[in-house]
Design a protein. Structure first.
Length: 317
């Protein structure tokens, strides 16, 4: 269990600009309210079958996985490289954005990894049960050809929470899990019940509880304490190593602190990278601090690749 405090300096100009623009106008979170039956909910339900545009497919090298329209892959120069299953963020509501694809293309180019990115079922049309069913089916297919010890789960925000919840589900089912997880500000308790969040909300430039809790309600369907929804309440013992990236100007930061304490008590290996003054999912942003975090993530993937190439299948990662 290690904690690395990164960015031991004042936030860069780029970071200050990002914090300034990630306010109420930020397109992911500017919806005033999300209520079943409203035009917003109906519009989002129609987007459940969203796919990346032809332009995005060409720009980022996106290829349908196994000819499926709901799973996309990015490949690098090394066919023997590790596999990263990436679960995108977006409050379990939104499709992946351009900043996701830019990050994943950089990841592939820098590490030789092969990325598999499912467009999992999202609210409001679907809830956590359909989401986990889809991801489980994908995992079962992947295991037919892939050593799970050579797979990393990676995700940001809601996708980070889903990655952790799914790893817990695999462990509880006695199924092989990934060799490690890289989590970028994961959403650990979708009900946001930590009392420290109220204070944290005063410095978060991006997230507001009243804007994202209605989205979470569609996903949770009242099952707020289920670890498949809120993995903070699941057991952490028996999970693979976790690399956790978290900014302190994020309403999810208090739950990250709670997760770290719980992991220490349950014997889960976690390397926690804490970035003072950085907002939600800061490694995805075009700032000096984001670039430093991405460099560290690329190193983690490269080291994981080297280590798992040497270890026989089934050896502990």
């Amino acid at each position: 269990m290690t904690t690395v405090q990164v960015n031991n300096h004042k936030p860069s100009l780029g970071a200050r600009i990002i914090n300034a623009v990630l306010g109420p106008g930020y397109h992911l979170f500017r919806r005033r309210e999300v209520v079943e039956g409203t035009p917003q909910a109906r519009d989002m339900a129609k987007s459940a079958a969203w796919q990346p545009s032809g332009r995005a497919q060409k720009a980022y090298g996106l290829i349908p996985w196994q000819d499926r329209s709901d799973v996309w892959t990015l490949t690098g120069a090394d066919p023997q490289g590790p596999v990263v299953v990436y679960l995108h963020g977006g409050s379990y509501w939104h499709e992946p954005g351009g900043f996701h694809w830019v990050f994943l293309r950089q990841l592939v180019n820098r590490t030789g990894a092969r990325v598999i990115a499912p467009l999992y079922p999202r609210a409001p049309k679907y809830d956590y049960r359909q989401t986990h069913e889809m991801v489980m089916g994908l995992w079962d297919e992947l295991l037919e050809t892939q050593d799970p010890a050579r797979v990393l789960f990676m995700g940001d925000s809601a996708g980070g929470g889903l990655a952790l919840a799914f790893a817990q589900e695999l462990r509880d089912a006695g199924k092989p899990g990934p060799g490690g997880m890289v989590l970028l500000a994961p959403w650990l308790d979708v009900a946001l019940r930590n009392p420290e969040i109220a204070r944290q909300e005063q410095v978060d430039p991006m997230l507001r509880r009243e804007r994202i809790l209605p989205m979470a309600a569609f996903y949770a369907k009242g099952d707020w304490d289920n670890p498949l929804v809120s993995p903070l309440f699941g057991q952490l013992k028996g999970l693979p190593p976790v690399w956790f990236f978290q900014g302190t100007y994020d309403i999810l930061y208090p739950d990250a602190v709670q997760f770290q304490k719980k992991a220490a008590g349950e014997g889960c290996e976690v390397d926690m990278y804490v970035a003072p003054g950085m907002p939600h999912v800061y490694p995805l942003y075009p700032t000096r601090e984001g670039a430093a975090a991405r460099k560290e993530i690329f190193r983690i993937v490269t080291d994981f690749d080297a280590r798992t190439r040497r270890e026989p299948a089934g050896a502990p990662a």
